[in-house]
Design a protein around this ligand. Sequence first.
Ligand SMILES: C=C(OP(=O)(O)O)C(=O)O
Ligand SMILES: [Mg+2]
Length: 401
Amino acid sequence: MTLITDVRLRRVLDSRGNATVEADVLTESGGFGRGKAPSGASTGEYEAIELPANEAIANAREEALPRLIGEVHAGNQRDVDAALHAADGTDDFSGIGANSAVAISMAAAKAGADVLGAPLYQHLGGTFRGNEYPTPLGNIIGGGEHAADATNIQEFLAAPVGAPSVEEAVFANAAVHQEVHDILADRDLPAGKGDEGAWAPSISDDEAFEIMDEAVETVADDFGFAISFGLDVAGAELYDAEEDGYVYDDGVKSTEEQIEYIAGKVEEYDLVYVEDPLDENDYEAFADLTAQVGDQTLVCGDDLFVTNVERLQAGINADAGNSILIKPNQIGTLTDAVDAIELATANGYESVVSHRSGETEDTTIAHLAVATDAPFIKTGAVGGERTAKLNELIRIEDNAV
Ligand SMILES: C=C(OP(=O)(O)O)C(=O)O
Ligand SMILES: [Mg+2]
């Protein structure tokens, strides 16, 4: 019934106005699924390769479609993703493009769910998946590679850890976003938005810490539950090998100083989450920071692990971090992403399923987070391509998908 009978690929727009890959998968019994690839700006050195959309589409049509159509069942996700790897023939998806691969992988999963008449999260996670929902991390203030002339730290993220429901958590993050707008206005600080909808004022990182602290406290009082905050430092973007340090507007920090700086901020602001505090090649520094603050906060590897089981295993062996960011397009297929989550869970690492800075209205990551019982999902706070996922989470919680 789920035998794939057609795969159609096309170029569509992403949230930055760039071309991305959309895939439709059709099955023998009329099942249909559609997936769209997101795209990063602060990409990790070890990510799977995104090709220009036209090239990715042409290569996938030539190499992947003959291995899928009439050959593979959309309901067997591991078979779909193995066919994509075989069609690609490289270890980084540079043959057909990770963008074609992930779009097809997600479209096939949705086609499989469609045939079953089940929501995607249930197809991926099974009926015994548990009853937990992820806490959304909402990007509120940001800079780095996502906005010019703003903070050095890429993302200041609201974390409504005390929210009684996904719905309350989503609205709390939106309220923090609004509160920060009001604080910026009071301080006469004009601010546009960065790629993910976070405010991108021209302020120092220290001022952003203060504003976040004030905003989450105000909204926590209004909503009546705890709201903390966290960071995506995107350390690999700050690290300069020639300087042998982390380059901030107010000077360069050595690796030791960077560890001390982040550990100090974890203490000062009770940060619950710190992503990529250090360079993507520095397992040792990650391990040092984790030894210092890993019992009080999540130290998460994004560019460090790139959703890759080999890099995660190296991190586990080195005690580097205690959490992994999961971005399906960083590795190319849902199977690879789920393998990374399973390895993480088996070793006590928390998984944080994540969007990219360039996004679409695709909602697969909301279903993936619920299917795998991920404790957190990072998918912005406002903006159509972000609210697509947040609103889908609300619907999932409400049994309305
Ligand atoms: C979402 C992120 O940004 P990008 O998609 O640009 O890598 C991130 O770094 O976590
Ligand atoms: Mg990151």
